[in-house]
Structure formats: structure tokens, C-alpha cells
Design a protein around this ligand. Structure first.
Ligand code: NDP
Length: 316
């Protein structure tokens, strides 16, 4: 049973660059947005060290610092930023209902979904340790590859993302070793051919990661095992990239919104509109292609503008 019912013009779910940018635009348009941050305020960028590719930061900035700044900017124009986890929605009527922490019920004229996606990891304790330490484990080559210039790195995965990221890394790094768990790629032939034809990418088929090796602070190598011969090897590397897919955080919307087979929300091309009037999507929850902070921010802006126009049309 809900304890309270609150009415809001614009509810934003999620707090990465998409959500905060939507909040900046919505608050400046007098939509009095309320933003729920979720369990990881700041989103995926809070697990990145230095962000060097977001325009406007010539010296770079850390992910958490950038998220704090975006939050401050949203608050400056009156966005109501709250802690809380959206647990349920009901988009069946004109007024969209959202429940926070199971108890608070909110009735919304518009909803902007910015719940993002989570990179999948192998789950090895050594991988998680160096990920938490910021010591050389990454799920984003475009974000972090630059820090491994002229060094040797290992990448796990054999889909289009892994191939694209391995190829990206091969242009920066001395050597890229790609660990593929089966005897075949999942990637499209053209992407597979590209990595196979790149001189400084070594592909190890039928190979699993056993352990990420390190000195307690940073990654120094990877222990891998051939799952047909049983042979174990140690590969020297300063970076360990995981490219085994992402999971969009969209489970709570599946009864109402059109999702693709992986769970990404399907938006109307060129806009942030979903199949439900008044519900908009921004950021990685609808984007398996670009997945960058700057593109997420751009779609956050689009969602706020689309929501504003929707309200204006409704109010006549
Ligand atoms: P995919 O699900 O396509 O591929 C995941 C890869 O990771 C597979 O090779 C899988 O192996 C491997 N993997 C999964 N779990 C493990 C594990 N525990 N240990 C080792 N390997 C593992 O994800 P992607 O992110 O690559 O792609 C997602 C979607 O986005 C796809 O539809 C893809 O086509 C698309 N995409 C398109 C691009 C483009 O067109 N430019 C670029 C990037 C993505 P296995 O094959 O054995 O299951």
C-alpha cells in the first residue's frame, strides 16, 4: 500500500549524464523536474577514472567529479534531486504512475527514462578488485584505451563490441590479446575479419580467463586457460578490457514499453519518444551503439525538449 501520492509534471528516472542533462533542460523550462538517482548516483561514469573525451574539459575530469558538477548544474535551476529506487511503474493510463522504494506513489504527466545500462563483467574476484581500485580493468575501450598507449592489453569477448574495441585498442597499444571462450566468434564476419587482419591483435580461441594478475594496485597480467588442452598461460598486460555485452536497466518497463531482444527501449528514430505518449527515453537505456557520456547528454536534452513540447501540445 502506498503511503503518499505526489503529483509531478516531469519525473526523471536515473542520474547519469542523460538524466542530469534532462533535468537541466526541464528545470530551465519550468517543468519542475523530480529526479530519482537510483542506487548508483552518477551512473556508469562513477566507475571511470578520467574522462578526457567530454567536450569542455581540456584537462580532463574524473567521472565522479563530472557527475557532481552536472548534478549541481541541475540543482541550480531548481531540479529536485532525490535518493530513491524506482521499483514499479504503471503506464496504462493517461497519468503515468511510478513507485519509489515500494512505498511512495508518484503520478506523472511526463516520465523521462535515463536508467542506463550496466556493463557485464566476468565476476572473478581479481577482476572486481582491480576494477574497484581503478587499477587497469575497464569495460570501455573508447573511454580508457588512451591510458594504455604503447602498452600490452588483454580483451575478453568475441562479439561486435569486442571486435570493435580490440581494433580501437590495436591503434593505441603495442599488443592486444583477445580471449575468445569458444572456437568461433559471435561477431559479424566483417568485424571478425578486421581483427584477424590486424597484425598486433593475437586471438586465443577456446580460452577462458582464470585470474587478473596484479601487484595489489595495478594489473600486471592475465592468467588464462585453454579449455580444450587445459594448458594455462600468463599474458603480460597492464590493461584488462571486458567486452562481453551490456544489460540495459529496463526490466521494470517491459510490461509497457517496446524493447528489443536484449532489453533496449525502442524509441521513435530521431526522437526520444517511446510507444507510450508522455514517456521518453534518453541515454544508454535505448542506445547499444554509441554509449558515450556526450551522446547520453545529447539524448537527455532531446527527451526534455520532447517532454516540454508534449506538455505544451496537451495544454493547448
Ligand atoms: P554480444 O552478446 O553480441 O557478444 C558477447 C560476446 O561476449 C560473445 O562473444 C560471448 O561469447 C562473449 N561472452 C559472454 N560472456 C562471456 C564470458 N563470461 N566469458 C567470455 N566471453 C563471454 O554483445 P556485444 O556487446 O558484442 O554486442 C551487443 C549487440 O550490439 C549485438 O547485437 C551487436 O551486433 C551490436 N553491436 C554492433 C556494433 C556495430 O555494428 N558497429 C558494435 C557493437 C555492438 P559467446 O559467443 O561464446 O556467447
Amino acid at each position: 500500500m502506498s503511503e503518499t501520492i505526489e503529483k509531478v509534471k516531469c519525473l526523471i528516472i536515473g542520474s547519469g549524464p542523460a538524466g542530469y542533462t534532462a533535468a537541466i533542460y526541464a528545470s530551465r523550462a519550468n517543468m519542475y523536474p523530480v529526479l530519482y538517482q537510483g542506487t548508483q548516483p552518477g551512473g556508469q561514469l562513477t566507475t571511470t577514472n578520467d574522462v578526457e573525451n567530454f567536450p569542455g574539459y581540456p584537462e580532463g575530469i574524473t567521472g565522479p567529479e563530472m557527475m557532481m558538477q552536472l548534478q549541481e548544474q541541475a540543482k541550480r535551476f531548481g531540479s529536485d534531486i532525490r535518493d530513491g529506487w524506482v521499483t514499479k511503474v504503471d503506464f496504462s493510463g493517461d497519468i503515468h504512475k511510478v513507485w519509489v522504494n515500494e512505498t511512495t506513489e508518484i503520478h506523472c504527466e511526463t516520465v523521462i527514462i535515463s536508467t542506463g545500462a550496466s556493463a557485464k563483467y566476468l565476476g572473478l574476484p581479481s577482476e572486481q578488485k582491480y576494477l574497484q581500485l581503478g587499477g587497469g580493468v575497464s569495460a570501455c575501450a573508447v573511454c580508457d584505451g588512451f591510458f594504455y598507449r604503447n602498452q600490452e592489453v588483454v580483451i575478453v569477448g568475441a562479439g561486435d563490441s569486442a571486435c570493435e574495441e580490440a581494433h580501437y585498442l590495436s591503434k593505441l597499444c603495442k599488443k592486444v590479446t583477445m580471449l575468445v571462450r569458444r572456437d568461433a566468434f559471435r561477431a559479424s564476419r566483417i568485424m571478425e575479419a578486421r581483427v584477424r587482419n590486424t597484425e598486433n591483435i593475437e586471438i586465443l580461441l577456446n580460452t577462458n580467463t582464470v585470474e587478473v594478475l596484479g601487484d595489489g594496485q595495478v594489473v600486471t597480467g592475465v592468467k588464462a586457460k585453454n579449455n580444450t588442452s587445459g594448458e594455462e598461460i600468463e599474458i603480460p598486460a597492464t590493461g584488462f578490457f571486458v567486452a562481453i555485452g551490456h544489460k540495459p536497466n529496463t526490466d521494470i518497463f517491459k510490461d509497457y514499453l517496446n524493447l528489443d531482444e536484449t532489453g533496449y527501449i525502442i524509441n521513435t528514430p530521431g526522437s526520444s519518444k517511446t510507444n507510450i505518449d508522455g514517456v521518453f527515453v534518453s541515454g544508454d537505456a535505448a542506445d547499444h551503439v554509441y554509449r558515450q557520456a556526450v551522446t547520453a547528454a545529447g539524448t537527455g536534452c532531446m527527451a526534455a525538449l520532447d517532454a516540454e513540447r508534449y506538455l505544451a501540445a496537451k495544454e493547448g
